[in-house]
Design a protein around this ligand. Sequence first.
Ligand SMILES: [Zn+2]
Length: 207
Amino acid sequence: MPRRGYSQPQPVFKPYLIACIALSAGFAWQPVKYWRFERLLSANATQLADGRPARVHCNSVADTMFDGEQFAAGHANIETGQIVFQHGWCATLMDYVGNPKTANPEDFFALHMFTHESMHVRGESNEARTECQAIQRDARAAMLLGVPEALARKHALDFYFNSYMGRRGDGWMSAQYFSDQCAPGKAMDEQLSDSTWLPFYRTADDQ
Ligand SMILES: [Zn+2]
C-alpha cells in the first residue's frame, strides 16, 4: 500500500500552492491598503480644500529619509496640491479612523494634520490662520473619513480645548500656530454651519 499522498500528488501540492498565493497576497495587501487610503484622503482633502485638487502621499521609511522636510510630520505644496504624510502618520490616521472609539487622544493629531494640510491646499499659507481654519473643520474632516458624528464632534472639540488652547503662551508655538482670535465669536471665526464650535453657536441662539 503506497503511503498517503505519494500516489496522489495533488493533495500535497494544492495546500502548498494556496499557501504561496496567500503569502504573496499578504505582502501585496499592505501597498494596496495604503494606495486605497491615499485615494480616500486625496478625495476628502480636495473636498476640504473647497474643490482645489489635493493629492495625498503616505511616505515610506525611504521616502521620509530623502524628504527635505523630514522633521515635519506632514507638509503641503500650495501650488501643486501635494500633501505628504511622513512615515507612520498615515498608519496613525488609519488606526484612528478604523477605531475612533478606543483611539488614543494623541492619535487625533494625525486627523488634525490632515485638515491642516488641506487648508494649505485650499490656499492659505499663514500658519496661524491655516491652523484656525483646520480647528473649525476638524469635526467635518473626521466625519468625511467615516467617524460617527458624535465622536467626531467630541474629539475635535477636545483637541481645540486641550491641544490648541494649551499652546497659549507657549513661546514660538504660540507665535506661529496659535492666535487668541481663534475662538467662537472672535475675528478668525468663520461661522461654518458644521463648525467644530457649533455647540457654542447653539447655546448663543437658544438664549
Ligand atoms: Zn502648515
